[in-house]
Design a protein around this ligand. Structure first.
Ligand code: SER
Length: 344
């Protein structure tokens, strides 16, 4: 599709992942977007008709990036592709390639694009509670709502990658080639980043994350499958229903730049313990069978993440307000949605 008069397009990397699914549905239903979706796996059939173009390819491949550069006029990038926290511990060097080098390539693409069309490219980047690293369970208990600037000493490769990419984004947005005489050389990247809590979707199941015990527990329960939860019942981290995560990305994208006082924002909705999630699953799904068999190493990762985060800056600067609190999330979204997914 090489048009001479090119229309402003939105690029989504990692389009086949959980967030990609939700985001593409939402963008397609709003109607007005040219959506280019890219993933290393071929894009799900259900998403294809919602995208203008789907590309199966690796963002680390130069040819793929050159194709994106030459064929499209990209105004917005949602860079969702990443290896999550558990997966990344098995292959830390590849995680670094995908999570850091991949992000660099996309930032560079944004710079080049903005030089061509003359507008800043909005770069939406999902970061994570994994950027935090609380040193002990007692520090985690007493930390309360953790602010963006506190406790950023991650213990996972994924957390380190995300934290560094937050800085890279800020660099590309505000300091890129700061010594160049010609300001034209700088490019315009409008980097906007959300640190997401664990996300739970009713329609997709995550893979490779460490907050996965919550969605895995619910999806297993609905299928009457036995589930061994890999963390202790008392462990607590922040979570959010997937539709609120997608809404937040769209809301931050649409926010006027003048109102944004920082480039990285915490958001959260509710912080149930694993035991509370189990109790909800047992009540909701007949035949649910969930036991706790903590894996010390994955437990240690979750123990390093905060119980709660301070999202007051997101609420103040761009009006973040999740629709689904804990009760609504389970009663109106997760339980009916998951039930329906496995019905019949
Ligand atoms: N959900 C992610 C993970 O568990 C954290 O961002 O890796």
């Amino acid at each position: 599709m090489t048009n001479h008069i090119r229309k402003p397009a939105t690029l989504i990397t990692g389009a086949n992942g959980e967030m990609g699914h939700g985001l593409i549905e939402a963008l397609a239903s709003s109607g007005s977007n040219i959506i280019i979706a890219i993933d290393v796996r071929s894009i799900d059939q259900s998403l294809r008709s919602k995208c203008t173009e789907t590309i199966t390819g690796d963002i680390l491949e130069q040819l793929v990036m050159e194709r994106l550069q030459s064929e499209y006029e990209i105004h917005t990038i949602y860079h969702l592709a990443a290896l999550l926290s558990t997966r990344a511990e098995f292959t830390p060097e590849s995680a670094h390639k995908v999570n850091v080098e991949g992000t660099m390539y996309l930032l560079k693409l944004a710079v080049e694009q903005s030089r061509w069309h003359g507008f800043p490219v909005k770069f939406l980047f999902p970061s994570s509670i994994a950027v935090y690293g609380l040193p002990s369970v007692s520090a985690k208990k007493s930390a309360g709502k953790v602010a963006e600037k506190d406790w950023t000493m991650p213990i996972t490769m994924y957390g380190c990658n995300k934290l560094y990419c937050e800085h890279l984004g800020r660099y590309y947005a505000h300091h890129y080639r700061q010594l160049a005489a010609d300001t034209e050389k700088r490019g315009g990247v409008d980097f906007r980043c959300i640190r997401f809590p664990g996300l739970i979707s009713a329609v997709t199941v995550p893979s490779g994350g460490t907050s996965d015990y919550a969605p895995e527990m619910l999806h297993a329960a609905a299928q009457k499958k036995h589930y061994d939860c890999f963390v202790r019942d008392d462990v607590r981290i922040p979570f959010m229903a997937m539709p609120d995560a997608i809404d937040a990305l769209l809301k931050l994208e649409a926010a006027p730049a003048s109102g944004l006082s920082q480039s990285v924002y915490n958001i959260t909705s509710f912080s149930p313990s694993a035991g509370e999630i189990r109790a909800i699953a047992l009540r909701a799904f007949e035949g649910a069978d969930i036991t706790f068999r903590p894996d010390d190493k994955r437990q240690a990762i979750v123990d390093s993440w905060p119980e709660d985060v301070d999202d007051s800056a997101a609420r103040r600067d761009w009006g973040f307000a999740p629709f689904y609190d804990q009760q609504r999330a389970f009663d109106q979204y997760l339980i009916p949605g998951i039930r329906q997914r496995y019905a019949g």
